[in-house]
Design a protein around this ligand. Structure first.
Ligand code: TYD
Length: 206
């Protein structure tokens, strides 16, 4: 079936404000009666929810390579169950993270082989790429302050040290440097301003 919808992914380090932005975009587009699906990796499917729990809570028992393959398994199921049907029915999909998170976190953050990740990512994604990537750029200190203020128990990723986040940020910058469909947004802007900027970019793509 011919692809009709629009796939938008949101990327950024933990604490960048991505998830709030995803929800706000969803609300605004829904108010305008634009058909939109809000989803996420990991955790957009039943399998993904189980994998997300392992990834968040059992890092001590999961080596870096296995961690990557759990994200890839989540990704494969997510593409099949959520992304392809929504694209085929002409919806806008807002996905809180997609394949680029694995490149940044497992590739650059954990030093796994970048070319192998690209190739398995493409396989898991059935060669579907986001039409638009919104990269929410933020400094590590602001992101960490936000995470600590949330007062929730920290995931295994949120417990990572500054050195890890530095590598992930460098990774994102490298991955997105020559990509045409990436818009970088300043994560220190107010949620309202970020939402307005994001909606403008999405509407431009329709
Ligand atoms: P989640 O609670 O969904 O965090 P966030 O709201 O920041 O997305 O947990 C997802 C965590 O998994 C997050 O720390 C980023 C990490 N992650 C990877 O390391 N690789 C990946 O491919 C993906 C999709 C996420």
């Amino acid at each position: 079936m011919e692809k009709k919808g629009l796939l938008v992914s949101l990327e950024g380090i933990d604490g960048s404000g991505k998830s709030l932005l995803a929800q706000n975009i969803f609300k605004k587009l829904t108010e305008q009666n634009i058909p939109v699906v809000l989803t996420k990796q990991p955790g957009g499917t039943n399998l993904g929810l189980k994998l997300r729990q392992i990834l968040h809570e059992e890092k001590d028992n999961v080596c870096d390579l296995a961690e990557y393959f759990l994200f890839a398994a989540d990704r494969a199921q997510h593409i099949k169950d959520i992304i392809i049907p929504a694209l085929n029915s002409g919806k806008i999909i807002i996905s809180d993270r997609m394949a680029d998170s694995s490149l940044a976190y497992q590739g650059y953050g954990r030093n796994l082989n970048i070319e192998n990740i690209k190739s398995v990512n493409n396989w898991a994604m059935q060669n579907i790429e986001p039409d638009l990537i919104l990269y929410i750029k933020i400094d590590i200190k602001t992101a960490q302050d936000r995470i600590f203020k949330r007062n929730e128990s920290l995931t295994s990723f949120e417990k990572e040290k500054t050195e890890f986040w530095e590598k992930v940020i460098v990774g994102y910058e490298k991955i997105f440097k020559d990509r045409k469909n990436v818009i970088t947004l300043d994560g220190t802007l107010s949620p309202e301003k970020l939402t307005t900027l994001a909606i403008t970019e999405i509407i431009n793509k329709l």
